[in-house]
Design a protein around this ligand. Structure first.
Ligand code: ASP
Ligand code: MG
Length: 425
């Protein structure tokens, strides 16, 4: 019996009852002979509440003190969980990210893990303890300041510890039974996926699926750590994310042609109107955006009208970066040379993901037919080898996701998707 890392999200430990329920599960794993390392998120909506509080004392909280504040959420849950386990007659010790050896760069609020030195965790395990680690946090290598890994970062903590401790599996416990073929909050007939490759999971995460963080899947793929996403509210098998298909009973789970449909309404669209159609224009525009440290997603350039020699360039980016992008472009207006800017935050993105589309002609046509049958207008299109994405009106997204999900035969016969907890905040 090897070492397992279990991660419990905020909705699994939302209150004292939740903490006691989770403690029992952890003790079960220990009784089954595993060495158990647990990564825990802040209780319920604690992180959001701490952010609200910070915004009341400072308009744009950021940096060192903001991280110091946010990491308090995970400290509360880790200590309570250790107490609950002790109360069940088992030994447990809690550790902050820093104590667990999670070393990061010094970019506050979205630090990257650069090393994990889990000496204290090993010792705690060797002494027969269950080790509880605060997720989403670390300590910067140079300044020794406390950092956070960005929202939802506990998943990354779990996978990083699993890699450093050479764990058998990283179990991610959440408030749904696994990864579904679409967001079960939108598609009642979404199906649970038994197995999905790292590649398809990465595309789903990049396309707005929130069940696993992109950075966490990236990390798991790099170190080849199998992830088992499952619910802490049920005893069901969840979804395995790994490099090779798993076996279930005596049958091998097959690679699906289409893994799922993801959607994202967190982006906005910027259109630069009246750009001279000559070499170097796109370079200046996107250099301006890059210098403002903004990540963009899709790009579309239209053909120029022959009479004017002017063209429009549109791109999408996180809504939260919209203001910054507009300001940066306005400031450089004479350098770039354009007529005006248009900003639209009422857009949504729908993506179809699956390695099978490489070898199955017609997937693209079926996708567009489904959207057209649903009366959904398409504004932008982008593709990769294993994904097609379109931008539509935000209001059309739910309908479009359901239409595409049905068209590709992904609907389950029963309503198997259960959302057990969480306020979705
Ligand atoms: N508590 C943090 C958040 O809400 C980290 C996490 O949940 O993974 O973003
Ligand atoms: Mg959380």
């Amino acid at each position: 019996m090897g070492l397992v890392v279990q991660k419990y999200g905020g909705s699994s430990v939302a209150d004292a009852e939740g903490i006691k329920r989770v403690a029992k599960r952890i003790v079960e794993a220990k009784k089954n002979g595993h060495q158990v390392v647990v990564v825990v998120s802040a209780m319920g909506d604690t992180t959001d509440e701490l952010i609200d509080l910070a915004e009341q004392v400072s308009p744009m909280p950021a940096g060192r003190e903001f991280d110091m504040l946010l990491t308090a959420g995970e400290r509360i849950s880790m200590a309570l969980l250790a107490m609950a386990i002790k109360n069940l007659g088992h030994e447990a010790q809690s550790f902050t990210g820093s104590q667990a050896g999670v070393i990061t760069d010094s970019v506050h609020n979205k630090a990257r893990i650069i090393d994990v030195t889990p000496g204290r965790i090993r010792t705690a395990l060797d002494e027969g303890n269950i080790a509880i680690v605060a997720g989403f946090q670390g300590v910067s290598q140079d300044k020794k300041d406390i950092t956070t890994l960005g929202r939802g970062g506990s998943d990354t903590t779990a996978v990083a510890l699993a890699a450093a401790l050479d764990a058998e599996v990283c179990e991610i416990y959440t408030d749904v039974d696994g990864v579904f073929t679409a967001d079960p909050r939108v598609v009642k007939k979404a199906k649970k996926i038994d197995w999905i490759s790292f590649e398809d999971m990465l595309e789903l995460a990049a396309s707005g699926s929130k069940v696993l963080l992109h950075r966490c899947v990236e990390y798991a793929r790099r170190y080849n750590i199998p992830i088992h996403v499952r619910s802490s509210f049920s005893g069901l098998q969840g979804t395995w994310v790994s490099s090779e298909p798993i076996e279930q009973g005596d049958k091998q789970v097959e690679q699906a042609i289409i893994s799922g449909v993801a959607h994202d309404t967190s982006e906005a669209k910027v259109t630069v109107v009246g750009v001279p159609d000559k070499p170097g224009e796109a370079a200046v525009i996107f250099r301006t955006i890059a210098d403002a440290e903004i990540n963009i997603d899709m790009i579309v350039q239209n053909v120029s009208a022959a009479s004017t020699g002017l063209t429009d360039i549109s791109f999408t980016l996180p809504k939260a970066e919209g203001r910054k992008a507009i300001d940066a472009l306005e400031k450089n207006k004479s350098g770039i040379g354009f007529d005006s800017l248009r900003y639209d935050d009422q857009i949504g993105k729908i993506s179809l993901v699956g390695a099978g589309m490489k070898t199955n002609p017609g997937v693209t046509a079926d996708f567009f037919t489904a959207l057209s049958d649903a009366g959904v207008n398409i504004e932008l299109i982008s593709t990769s080898e294993i994904r097609i994405s379109v931008v539509t009106r935000a209001d059309d997204v739910a309908e479009a996701v359901r239409a595409v999900h049905s068209a590709f035969g992904l609907d389950s016969d029963s309503d198997e998707a259960v959302v057990y907890g969480g306020t979705g905040r």
